[in-house]
Design a protein around this ligand. Structure first.
Ligand code: AHN
Ligand code: ZN
Length: 337
């Protein structure tokens, strides 16, 4: 009896299917397709929210300057780790004592958010989250030794990556994705100071991580660094180390930006050769890396006139630039499988 009922139900289902098929073959073909390709179905690229990213930048700035060994820095570290956890990442805070150019021991914290930690196929996105302890290029010499807000230099890359993390948390991604906020990037030796110039005084957090990755033999398909990605009308020229390390990725990112209508921010032109976290991630871990970094050949220091001054505030953060960078990176990582 039970059996018979089952058969009957199955028979009815077949009949219904046949009927459906004959009435609307187009739709039924569609249904079949989704069924058979269930596991491979691509996830649509999420929509990056520029307002949300802007708020993440403001939240960081509201802590005050995030200079290592300060309370503001410690409070912001907790905030960043908590946000990544809230978005569903497995979070590791890697603590390290690193030595600055003036021999100050910095209690550094690299904040690492892992999506799909069991996946071997990984993509890496990163930015530095600390801010410069001085404003060596400020017009006013009286305030050059004061720490800066670092809205753009520090805040913007992290703000964009937090929004990307939120979107990955909501949509999922077929690959493993790591988002790393490196510390102690911006404690580099000032150019005009009465000390012999030392090498490798920038990017101390990424140098440490490169030598001591959070997982043994850590690697990723590629890495994308975001640095100073929030200024109005910012231009992201193709940075020269990036072209050397990962020429195909540069093409992929710049083409994607162009396709999305952000070509105005991403000229197909050569930029500077910039010592930044991507140099150490690439060199120490052998991961092809690029740096999306503002370059302004018309300004004295090539990064925009606000750079390492007290003008690096929320006033010069533009949601449209955050959106252009964030949507481009999302589009690139959602084209991978
Ligand atoms: C140098 O000026 C050597 N590198 C730029 C890296 C940097 C500083 N990014 C933000 N602040
Ligand atoms: Zn800086």
């Amino acid at each position: 009896m039970q059996r018979l009922l089952k058969y009957t139900t199955a028979g009815l289902a077949i009949m219904a299917n046949l009927l459906f098929f004959s009435c609307n073959s187009k739709q039924s073909t569609k249904t079949t397709n989704t069924k058979t390709s269930n596991t491979k179905k691509a996830i649509a690229t999420p929509v990056f929210n520029g307002d949300s990213a802007y708020q993440y930048v403001a939240n960081q700035v509201n802590f005050g300057p995030r200079v290592p060994n300060t309370d503001e820095h410690a409070a912001c570290a907790t905030y960043l780790a908590d946000e990544l956890k809230r978005f569903g990442a497995d979070v590791i805070v890697q603590e390290a004592d690193v030595v600055a150019f003036d021999n100050t021991v910095l209690k550094a914290k690299n904040i690492i958010g892992q999506f799909n930690p069991e996946q071997n196929n990984r993509l890496l996105l990163f930015a530095h989250w600390d801010t410069r302890p001085f404003a060596d290029y400020d017009k006013d010499p009286a305030i050059r030794n004061k720490p800066i807000d670092g809205a753009n230099d520090g805040g913007s890359g992290v703000g964009v990556l937090l929004e990307i993390a939120r979107q990955i948390g909501k949509s999922g991604h077929p690959l493993g994705i790591d988002i790393i906020f490196f510390d102690a990037e911006d404690y580099g030796q000032p150019a005009h100071i009465n000390l012999p110039q030392k090498d490798h005084t920038w990017c101390l957090g990424s140098q440490y991580w490169g030598q001591n990755p959070h997982r043994d033999n850590y690697t990723a398909r590629y890495g994308i660094l975001l640095d100073m990605v929030g200024a109005p009308n910012a231009l992201f020229y193709q940075e020269r180390y990036s072209i050397q390390f990962a020429p195909d990725l540069v093409k992929k990112v710049w083409n994607k930006a162009y396709d999305l209508g952000y070509g105005n921010h991403f000229p197909f032109e050569l930029g500077g050769m910039i010592t930044d976290d991507h140099v150490y991630v690439n060199g120490l871990r052998n991961i092809p890396c690029i740096d999306i970094i503002q370059y302004d050949p018309s300004s004295e220091q090539s990064f925009g006139s606000y750079w390492h001054t007290h003008d690096d505030t929320m006033e010069f953060i533009d949601k449209n630039t955050l959106k252009a960078v964030g949507q481009t990176v999302l589009e690139v990582i959602y084209s991978e499988n």
